[in-house]
Design a protein around this ligand. Structure first.
Ligand code: NAD
Length: 257
């Protein structure tokens, strides 16, 4: 079954990986709903740009993924939701005994609980349509840990667990649920850190990327947002109909170490 004309909701998609996934889905002919918590002209312009470039329907719907009712409202406002990509996420780094409770709560809410609410709201729509794909953007930190990232690692391990449960609950239906576990991805946020790191270590761009930033990524290459979008497109293809409840690492070998 072709994905052309289906509708995807991608949470946290006004930048980075979410935007890259939305663009690759649109390139494949999928109508897309972009989202973030802001409601700026440029957010809506992103959707208009995708509609024009790829000839699909594209909308931007503001909803704060830290609030359960707004997560559910996003899916309701989208109308159709054949493909749900739970991508919104934030990070905070601190030792656990100094970890601010508000940061812990925000990370769990945005990186984990939002996917509970959106999935719960989207599954009835997928069942009614007779087809559905849930793709959770976890992380290498959904499979392995790093110090000072307790909330992030807990949330990402949590979403991997929830992925398996949703897959079992939908196993006999034409619906799949999987998690993608990226290593370091070259997003504007990561790109912006390169100049400062070059100065701090007195290194050139390539040296900073390979020796400092990608120290744990054996390929010494960033994954790209286009590669992540391509992985989502694969999970939406017929070839992936029997792939459910699993993780796909896009991490240059990080979790093979
Ligand atoms: P990013 O900061 O560019 O994107 C995060 C997105 O989430 C943005 O669109 C932001 O507006 C949105 N967002 C944040 N808080 C929100 C809220 N309350 N409600 C709605 N939207 C909200 O970062 P990214 O690197 O593109 O990250 C996207 C996802 O990929 C995250 O879940 C992140 O954990 C995961 N990830 C990223 C990397 C990486 O190296 N960049 C690696 C592994 C996993």
């Amino acid at each position: 079954m072709s994905v052309t004309g289906k509708t995807a909701v991608i949470t946290g998609s006004n930048s980075g990986i979410g935007l890259g996934i939305a663009r690759e889905l649109a390139r494949a002919g999928v109508n897309v709903v972009l989202n973030s918590f802001t409601d700026r002209e440029e957010d809506h312009a992103l959707a208009a740009g995708i509609a024009e470039e790829f000839g699909v329907e594209a909308r931007y719907i503001q909803a704060d993924m830290s609030k359960g009712e707004e997560c559910r409202a996003l899916i309701e406002k989208a109308g159709t939701c054949d493909i749900l990509v739970n991508n919104a996420g934030i990070q905070h780094v601190a030792p656990i005994d100094e970890f601010p409770e508000d940061k812990w709560n925000a990370i769990i809410a945005i990186n984990l609980s939002s996917a509970f609410h959106t999935t719960a709201a989207a599954l009835p729509k997928m069942r009614a349509a007779g087809w559905g794909r849930v793709v959770n953007i976890a992380s290498a930190h959904g499979l392995t840990a790093s110090p000072y990232k307790s909330a992030y690692v807990a949330a990402k391990h949590g979403i991997v667990g929830m992925t398996k449960t949703v897959a079992l609950e939908t196993a006999e239906e034409p619906i799949t649920c999987n998690a993608i576990c990226p290593g370091y991805v070259l997003t504007p946020l990561v790109e912006a850190q390169i100049p400062d790191t070059m100065e701090k270590y007195n290194m050139g761009r390539e040296e900073v990327i390979k020796k400092v930033m990608l120290e744990r990524q054996p390929s010494r290459e960033f994954a790209t947002v286009e590669q992540l979008g391509g992985t989502v497109n694969f999970l939406c293809s017929d070839a992936a109909q029997q792939i459910t409840g699993t993780t796909i690492s896009v991490d240059g070998g990080w979790t093979a170490l």
